[in-house]
Design a protein around this ligand. Sequence first.
Ligand SMILES: Nc1nc2c(ncn2[C@@H]2O[C@H](COP(=O)(O)OP(=O)(O)OP(=O)(O)O)[C@@H](O)[C@H]2O)c(=O)[nH]1
Ligand SMILES: [Mg+2]
Length: 347
Amino acid sequence: MAERGPAAKVAIIGIQGAGKTTLFCALTGMDPARAAAHSGKTAAAAVRVLDPRLLAAHQKNGPDKKLVAPTLEFIDTPPLWLEGPQKQDNPGIFAQFRDADGFILVIKAYEEADRGKIAGQIEAVKGELFLADVDVMQKRIEKLRADTKKPLPNRVELLRELAGLERLAEAVAGGDSKAFDTLKEEDEKKVRGFQFFSKKPIIPLANVSEMDLSAPPFEPTAALKLELELLGMEESERASFMKDYGLASLATAGFPRQVFDRLGLQTFLTLGDKDTTAWAVRKGATSLEAAGKIHTDIQKGFINAEIISWADLEKAPSPHAARQKQRVEGKAYVMRDFDVVNVKFNV
Ligand SMILES: Nc1nc2c(ncn2[C@@H]2O[C@H](COP(=O)(O)OP(=O)(O)OP(=O)(O)O)[C@@H](O)[C@H]2O)c(=O)[nH]1
Ligand SMILES: [Mg+2]
């Protein structure tokens, strides 16, 4: 099997001191001292997305086999928004995570003074991302305005792109990113290459003090500093501290799975002789697309897909027994989460 890249890249953003690096360390296991050395730059690390269903399938298929999980790449970023005299221009920073598929916006809410400012923080940070997009759009608009004055053979096409971008720039400058959803497919293809931030999902996470865990401002909420400290403890010590704080589980432990879902991704399984592998695919993907995730040759030679639903695998004592419930589906079949797949193909 070929080495797989991450299923998605997720940039951790927020105002100064929000807890971005603390979250990054809690998620990736990176030593805070090492992460601090990246101050002012981005740092990236991959995290496995371990769904309980994958762990159960692995047990069922043979616990000695290799377990292959999808990964998310998390990117720690410098503060995107600085107040007052510290305000600085750092345009180069955006290029470092332009290819992110989505964002976690860490909200600084661990001090009394932060509490009334949650909506303001979201607006400020989103505003920086949107402004960065508008800058890129304006540059392209200027170029298109100049080009459409020339008698170029594709002038009609360029005029169309210009009109589309002018509309988009106006909407995004006004804080409205829904304009992306109304683009016609051919126009969407044109702007896709720019990887605009404003069309990507933003997941806010409230970083509160351990005192406020019982009254979260919204979900997801975590006391990130406490979580990082707990993660550094021995198992038994951690369990007793968690009990003291009334924490049933660590928010950061389940977070990669939540993010995976919020980014519009789902999973399918292949149960091999040597491995149990979970593959990431977008929600709504067909069996043909799923086949392409495994190998382009398997997609090209696709005949059909043998599918066992997750519910049937879960109930069966073994993968072999679950095959009694197997269905054969064509290439247009829309994948369900945690389907077990065996693609038949011509070589
Ligand atoms: N009391 C408390 N302090 C926190 C919490 N989260 C982070 N901090 C502290 O706030 C400071 C900044 O945390 P970082 O994780 O470095 O924040 P950051 O968003 O990466 O900061 P910049 O990279 O400078 O923008 C550190 O001293 C943290 O220990 C929290 O939940 N409670
Ligand atoms: Mg930081």
